[in-house]
Design a protein around this ligand. Structure first.
Ligand SMILES: Cc1cc2nc3c(=O)[nH]c(=O)nc-3n(C[C@H](O)[C@H](O)[C@H](O)COP(=O)(O)O)c2cc1C
Length: 398
């Protein structure tokens, strides 16, 4: 059984916590670089090395620049505007050091960038230990400086208005809209959006005999690569009229029995599954250029399993599950909240699981592992379950 542990990023209404979260992610990338240094002499640019190099490249090419811009264009100017006395003096000494760190780290990154690109493409296995060390040490001391001085100063000096201003600026920089500042109109035609894939490959010899073990390996790699919501999957069901519908749910468990999620049995998906057991799941791990398609039949989990999971949920989520007749229309948000309040007053601290809420498990019959490759020449490996329970494998054209 595979428990899901997923740490979430703070919201932009706490911009200093978001900056600290970025630091934690940088620390993880630096640790990956260290591991890569140890891995390469023994294994060369194997799949693991290629993935690790790809993940580090991706982070420092984009997220790290945004983080530097947050500080240079917003945080430091905003601090300058409010700091007085000793704070102003500290800032005057600190700001040029921070800006110089950014420049020097960018220059060091350029050296690493070339080496990591070659590794990610499987065309080289050289990584300079001294550059990694200098880069890592510089980043570490830089982050300590910021966390020890600049962040506490911002927390002390900024009121709610400045926090909101900083958070909004950081959101805009990442193309995330807010009610007051919607995302500017998309300048580029959607049809022109095009991304070439080339992080990894998938060969018949790379994959495991058991597709659930293969899935577990990919899932662990998705966790390591800090894929956004790696446990989110689309579930497609078919209605009595033969028309499909799909929605995202969170997989809560996967093991040799199949893939389990929890929901309301009276919901649209619940009703459709009642009439037609066949369903399809889809995971898309864009950061790794991977998708996994899974088809099979769906059964309910036992009531003991559903009870166990229900009890493990936070009380408010349990109350929401009781209060919501999922997929049924309701007149207003206010009415929905009234229903919740009523349930909260009556239910006590340990409410029983409602009979119409529980788990579904898809028992897989067919799984496809898809790895994006250059120029749309992707790899697709399919597993199909045979009557005796064994699996056959084949490759499909992209
Ligand atoms: C990231 C994400 C996770 C979700 N997780 C669940 C879940 O685990 N269970 C669930 O019932 N709905 C979940 N939902 C909501 C469903 O997508 C959907 O709105 C709801 O289940 C009703 O679907 P239906 O009317 O087709 O039955 C999630 C939505 C998102 C975007």
């Amino acid at each position: 059984m595979t428990p899901i542990l997923h740490d979430t990023a703070p919201d932009f209404d706490q911009p200093i916590a978001v900056l600290k979260h970025c630091h934690d992610r940088i620390r993880k990338q630096l640790a990956t670089l260290d591991k890569l240094l140890a891995h390469l002499p023994e294994f060369g640019a194997d799949e693991q090395a290629r993935q690790a190099a790809g993940a580090v490249l991706k982070y420092f090419e984009k997220a790290a620049h945004l983080h530097h811009e947050d500080e240079e264009q917003d945080l430091i100017p905003m601090l300058r505007a409010v700091a007085q006395g000793e704070d102003a003096a500290t800032l005057q000494a600190l700001a040029p050091v921070i800006l110089q760190d950014h420049k020097d780290m960018d220059a060091m990154w350029q050296d690493l960038h070339e080496q990591l690109t070659a590794i990610a493409e499987g065309q080289g296995a050289a990584l300079s230990a001294s550059t990694v060390q200098r880069f890592s040490q510089r980043y570490s001391s830089h982050m300590e400086r910021e966390e020890g001085t600049m962040a506490p100063m911002a927390l002390r000096l900024f009121g709610p208005e400045q926090m909101a201003q900083l958070g909004k600026a950081m959101q805009r920089r990442r193309g995330i809209g807010t009610e007051a500042n919607p995302v500017p109109a998309i300048g580029q035609a959607v049809a022109d959006l095009r991304k070439d894939y080339g992080q990894a490959s998938l060969n018949e010899t790379d994959v495991m005999d058991d597709p659930m073990l293969q899935f577990t390996q990919w899932f662990e790699q998705a966790l390591k690569a800090e894929v956004n919501e790696p446990n989110a999957m689309s579930v497609a069901t078919v209605g009595p009229d033969g028309r499909p519908s799909s929605r995202i749910v969170l997989v809560k468990q996967f093991d040799e029995r199949g893939f389990t999620w929890y929901t309301n049995y009276d919901s649209r998906k619940g009703q459709e599954l009642e009439g037609n057991q066949h369903a399809a799941l889809l995971f898309f791990w864009s950061e790794l250029e991977r998708q996994v398609r899974i088809e099979g039949r769906v059964e309910r989990t036992s009531s003991e399993e559903s009870d166990r999971y229900f009890r493990s949920r936070p009380l408010k989520s349990r109350l929401s599950a009781i209060a919501s007749h999922q997929s049924a229309p309701i007149a207003s948000r206010a009415e929905l909240e009234q229903n919740y309040e009523m349930v909260a007053q009556q239910a006590g601290d340990d409410p029983a699981r409602p009979g119409n809420w529980g788990g579904f498990r898809l028992v897989p019959e067919r799984l496809e592992f898809w790895q994006g490759r250059r120029s749309r020449f992707h790899d697709r490996i399919i597993y199909e379950r045979q009557e005796d329970g064994s699996w056959t494998r084949l490759r499909l054209q992209p």
